[in-house]
Design a protein around this ligand. Sequence first.
Ligand SMILES: *Cc1c(COP(=O)(O)O)cnc(C)c1O
Length: 218
Amino acid sequence: MALEDIKTRIASAETKAGRAAGSVCLIAVSKVQPNERIEAVLQQGQRCFGENKVQEAAGKWPDFRERFDGIDLHLIGPLQTNKARQAMGLCDSIHSLDRPKLARTLARLAQEIGTCPQLFIQVNTGEEPQKAGILPAEADDFIADCKGMDLPVAGLMCIPPTTEEPALHFALLAKLAARNDLTGLSMGMSADFETAIALGATHVRVGSAIFGERQPTV
Ligand SMILES: *Cc1c(COP(=O)(O)O)cnc(C)c1O
């Protein structure tokens, strides 16, 4: 069973890194997967899931929440400010806080609604022009600004460049988090989650290794 296999691999990576059993949260990334596959993983007891589009999350998770208790939903993809309110109503965590305008919008809505999902600040560790995220050199100031707005910042998130050694990016993210007193580290995907755990990941985002390959979208 793919889910069991991933959980076993996470457990041995925790042990190998000298970390407590259960210290890493597995986010099963269900984007683009057919509902039957998601339901099968829910039936096996998994409750923590990740989606990368608000619209897609809105289409399936309210239903699943009615049928399964304890679902913990994470938005891991880019968030437009005009979808922030909807995302806050749907998700327990948002991993893509990547710019000042979004921080201000979330802060305003959090005041109005009285609650806010747990937030991860996305850092563009590879400084890739096409990729979202705060640049490493601007991370300290942005983190301080977010905390100053009373946003519940749980940690940092990154998606390393596909052409580079991910360990360097995970180590940089861990360093930025440590010097800003943040404990959450959302890093590691199907191909590299064990490396991420060795470098301190608290949340790994694993999609295809659990669900199988995603159908290509048009
Ligand atoms: C799709 C996605 C993942 C999961 O990727 P896999 O390689 O299928 O494990 C993780 N993080 C983000 C931000 C994603 O968009």
